[in-house]
Design a protein around this ligand. Structure first.
Ligand code: NAP
Length: 247
């Protein structure tokens, strides 16, 4: 296969696992985030398993960084066949304690950046006969969760954007899909309640009685990126150990 996947937030957590799983499917993987050292670790893991990876640094909340990123990846790999909008941040606090500025920052990273980057890759995908854009949402997009309003808002917006762009770009052979994980063992979850009594309570409420592993999300995303999932578009698919529907 001679196809390239671009993954944002590939320096750790779910993004790193997605990058590794896409490389296992045969994609050359362009890894983007701010932390060069950790991105190089991701690339080394991919290369030691026989895959191909490149490292690109920048901030998803900078339109210029995203435009440069697409230029760099096309110059190095010739195309962008798969884009995974994975980079994300959260802000756990009551709405009364979150400033409008912070609300905007979360939306910039989680919602505006996927829009800017999707717009930047669309002409490249169209020119190459199609592609796949996968937006990493969250079960919080469709659950009412207290003390997480910017995050919930951003992910609900991302799912609306997924449906809208899927409809708009289907004529260009571009599938746009969402993936909504439940709790997955990464820094984001460790920072929120790692090792506390709250963590035990959260796990006890998941029907499978465990957090997901980043690899489980990576494998699911990599499957959706291939022609095996060629009839899937517009939908956001939940992967959460039963958290949303079996409670
Ligand atoms: P994580 O461990 O905190 O990693 C976040 C990633 O996003 C890092 O690679 C980080 O890289 C990158 N990132 C953050 N801000 C960035 C910015 N301004 N510019 C560029 N890159 C940026 O998070 P995770 O748990 O793997 O989450 C990945 C995605 O899955 C997010 O969209 C998250 O909302 C979603 N998700 C996670 C869970 C969960 O339970 N973990 C559940 C549902 C959905 P640098 O710091 O190197 O820039």
């Amino acid at each position: 296969m001679n196809k390239t996947a671009l993954v944002t937030g590939a320096s750790r957590g779910i993004g790193r696992a997605i990058a590794q799983a896409l490389a296992e499917e045969g994609f050359a993987v362009a890894c983007f985030a701010r932390d060069r050292e950790k991105l190089e670790q991701t690339a080394a893991l991919i290369e030691s398993a026989g895959g191909k990876a490149s490292v690109h640094t920048g901030d998803v909340s900078s339109d210029d960084d995203l435009e440069n990123l697409v230029r760099e990846v096309v110059a190095e790999h010739g195309s962008v066949d798969v884009l995974v909008n994975n980079a994300g941040i959260t802000e756990g606090a009551p709405a009364s304690k979150i400033s409008p500025q912070r609300f905007r920052e979360v939306l910039e990273v989680n919602l505006v950046a996927p829009y800017v980057l999707s717009r930047a890759v669309q002409p490249v995908m169209k020119e190459h006969g199609g592609g796949v854009i996968i937006n990493i949402s969250s079960v919080y997009a469709s659950q009412g969760v207290a003390n997480n309003s910017p995050y919930c808002t951003s992910k609900a917006g991302l799912e609306g954007m997924t449906r809208a762009l899927a409809r708009e770009w289907i004529k260009d052979g571009i599938r746009v899909i969402g993936v909504a994980p439940g709790f997955v063992r990464t820094d984001m979850v460790a920072d929120a309640f790692g090792g506390t009594e709250v963590e035990k309570l959260v796990v006890s409420r998941i029907p499978m009685k465990r957090f997901g592993e980043a690899e489980e999300i990576g494998n699911f995303v990599a499957f959706l990126a291939t022609a095996k999932a060629g009839f899937v578009t517009g939908e956001t698919l939940v992967i959460d150990g039963g958290q949303r529907s079996l409670l």
